[in-house]
Design a binder for this molecule. Structure first.
Ligand SMILES: Nc1ncnc2c1ncn2[C@@H]1O[C@H](COP(=O)(O)OP(=O)(O)O)[C@@H](O)[C@H]1O
Ligand SMILES: [Mg+2]
Length: 341
């Protein structure tokens, strides 16, 4: 109980379905995929984050990899808790324990239930946090983008993560309306796996689909800035032998079309249920795109064409949420009304 307890240690966590990020001491110190690898025989965690991701889809009978937050809900409580703890430990690799005065703000997907919120809250306590708050993802995203959420001004934020796309209209420190659909990055990958199988008679895994999406993913079949074709390795469906094919961005745009249309529909729906005075604001401010899905080529243009509204892509969209969570953490008094205690 010395001098050091005087300083409250603070951490902000973005608990995403695809990536978990932690800000400590004003810096992003953890940025890892939300995945754990577990030894089936002992139930012990053998790896978390990118280390576990490297094992994903390459495991044998004794190891399983789990993405505890798949689909925007906590699919596996135990794994989620193990993951949160291991990631917090990454901040302090020397194993120094946190002082009891730790304060923590955790951003959660807005689809999670009361029970799941409780579980996250309890894990934070287990990790040593005295002061614990939760915050909803669209709110954190809006703050991270730099929107003044407390103003009587409507702003629409579209956060396309791994499991869900969250569309929210925010004004006066609250979420006025909210649409959440389970079409986001994971579903895009799924579309790509299916497409490669059907069209090219080749089997690829989730991780290869992710690489395809990053290299030649597109929301438009014609881009102003076309990208080069991309070689893809996988297993031939007929012969069973590994082979290579070349894919181009237009065919990926075709195969993602259905899912992107569903996102467009959800955006239109959200606009439709927005109260008119806020709609008037959004006509001026436009739509803000964030989350990893915002990086899909041409998506801003496509949404802009569909809605006839300006669409802005957040700076560093993969980190907008954790940035926002960090801002709220620093100024808890100011943002008290938007925190879930
Ligand atoms: N360059 C990119 N193009 C398209 N999608 C991307 C790109 N980079 C990352 N993503 C996707 O973004 C998603 C992760 O975004 P993120 O905001 O971290 O999600 P979450 O908040 O659910 O953890 C993943 O599905 C990933 O495939
Ligand atoms: Mg997120």
């Amino acid at each position: 109980m010395g001098l050091f307890n005087f300083f409250t240690q603070e951490i902000a966590i973005d608990l995403g379905t695809a990536n978990t990020l932690i800000i400590y001491d004003n810096k992003v110190v953890v940025d890892e995929p939300s995945i754990v690898a577990i030894d089936r025989r002992t139930d012990k965690v053998i790896a978390v984050g990118s280390q576990a991701m490297q094992m994903h889809e390459k495991t044998h009978d004794n190891i399983k990899t789990i993405r505890p937050l798949k689909d925007g809900v906590i699919a596996d409580f135990q794994a989620a808790e193990a993951m949160i703890r291991a990631m917090i430990k990454m901040i302090n690799p020397k194993g120094r324990l946190f002082k009891p005065s730790l304060a923590m703000v955790i951003c959660i997907p807005s689809g999670i239930t009361e029970v799941e919120k409780r579980a996250v809250y309890d894990s934070a306590e287990q990790a040593g946090a005295r002061e614990r708050y939760l915050i909803h993802e669209p709110m954190a995203a809006a703050i991270g983008i730099g929107i003044n959420v407390q103003e009587p001004m409507g702003n629409m934020v579209i956060d396309i993560g791994g499991g869900t796309t969250e569309i929210a209209v925010i004004a006066l420190s609250g979420i006025v309306c909210n649409q959440s659909i389970r079409i986001a990055g994971d579903e895009f990958n799924f579309d790509i796996v299916n497409y490669i199988r059907r069209q090219h008679n080749m089997l690829v895994g989730e991780r290869t689909a992710e690489q395809i999406k990053i290299h030649v993913g597109s929301a438009l079949t014609e881009l102003d800035d076309p990208v080069e074709d991309f070689p893809v390795n996988g297993r031939d469906l007929m012969t069973g032998i590994p082979k290579q094919i070349i894919v181009n961005y237009s065919e990926i745009a075709h195969c993602l079309n259905k899912s992107i249309t569903k996102i467009e529909e959800a955006v239109l729906k959200a606009l439709e249920i927005t109260p008119p005075e806020l709609a008037a604001d959004i006509y001026k401010t436009g739509l803000y795109l964030t989350g990893g899905g915002a990086l899909l080529r041409g998506l801003d243009k496509r949404l802009s064409q569909k809605t006839k509204l300006p669409v802005h892509v957040a700076d560093d969209p993969l980190r907008a949420v954790v940035r926002g969570t960090g801002i709220v953490l620093k100024d808890r008094a100011k943002f008290l009304s938007i925190l879930i205690a």
